[in-house]
Ligand binder design. Structure first.
Ligand SMILES: [Zn+2]
Length: 286
């Protein structure tokens, strides 16, 4: 039985093991097409796990993944999950011109809508790259018909984060003065310190009890958390590319891959989860 009645949001950032920030410098995009793709099998594994718990979630999909495997997007939608956008090429917003970003938002939305039969409402920026210098991206999201963003990480991190950002679901004011709903990545407050309990590397690298304790604490405050994972994080048999990145980044990528699926299974039995659009609708935000 779930420990708390609060409905949290479950999400997957649908990308392949070589498309991640940790390999950005070591694996050029020109190589992507020649590396064996594992995103479909890994996503199906997560879909099966969700089915076994009767949980629906939000799949933030890359346009380039949808292009390579359209059947995967159809399968995600057919199993009752929300399809949302993770951009087209997994380029962080900090490295895109406004024109290029607009094209990514438009093309990924159109392609994912065609395949899923759903209206795409949500966006998660590659590498949480809605930061202080990319606020214009929020205006572009509204221009292109998106209704919510889930990219702000209210932490200090070398690669992302807005340390002073609000930690609850809120209206974010864009540079043009409009507002968009923001579902920030979840941090728990423990003795005044922020502990990221949103999943991903934090879920794999830290003991399971950290996430459990953090989500419990957030839910006891009556607020929903948002949890996320990547398909490659449940794949211990992916090619070993650790020589293509730094030791620290290899550590972050490869640690505990063998245990993540079992941990996820455990988490899904302990907390209530739903797609982001459902949690936001319940909160009167959509
Ligand atoms: Zn990503």
């Amino acid at each position: 039985m779930p420990a708390s009645p609060v409905k949290n949001a479950f999400s997957v950032d649908v990308e392949d093991y070589y498309q991640v920030l940790n390999f950005q410098a070591g694996i050029p995009r020109s190589e992507w097409g020649s590396l064996p793709s594992r995103v479909t099998a890994n996503t199906i594994r997560i879909l099966d796990l969700l089915d076994s718990h009767g949980v629906k979630g939000t799949f933030f999909c890359l346009g380039c993944v949808a292009e390579r495997d359209p059947a995967l997007i159809r399968e995600i939608a057919a199993r009752g999950h929300e399809v949302a956008s993770h951009g087209y090429s997994h380029t962080p917003l900090t490295k895109l011109s406004p024109e290029a970003l607009r094209t990514e938002l438009r093309d990924s939305k159109r392609c994912l809508e065609d395949l899923s039969g759903q209206v795409v409402l949500g966006f998660r920026a590659p590498s949480f790259s809605i930061v202080s210098s990319t606020q214009h991206g929020l205006d572009l999201l509204l221009d292109e018909g998106y209704r919510y963003d889930s990219s702000v990480f209210p932490v200090r991190h070398p690669d992302y984060g807005i340390p002073g950002a609000q930690e609850v679901i809120h209206d974010l004011t864009t540079p043009s003065g409009r507002t968009i709903t923001e579902f920030p990545m979840t941090v728990a407050r423990v003795w005044g310190q922020k502990i990221p309990v949103s999943g991903g590397g934090y879920f794999r690298l830290l003991p399971f009890l950290v996430t459990k304790f953090g989500l419990d604490r957030v839910n006891r405050e009556g607020r929903p958390a948002v949890f996320y994972l990547h398909p490659w994080e449940v794949d211990p048999d992916q090619p070993d590319l650790r020589k293509r990145t730094s030791r620290l980044k290899a550590f972050r990528h490869y640690t505990n891959l063998r245990h993540t699926a079992a941990r996820l299974d455990r988490l899904l039995g302990l907390f209530r989860f739903a797609p982001l659009r459902e949690v936001l609708r319940d909160a009167g935000r959509l």
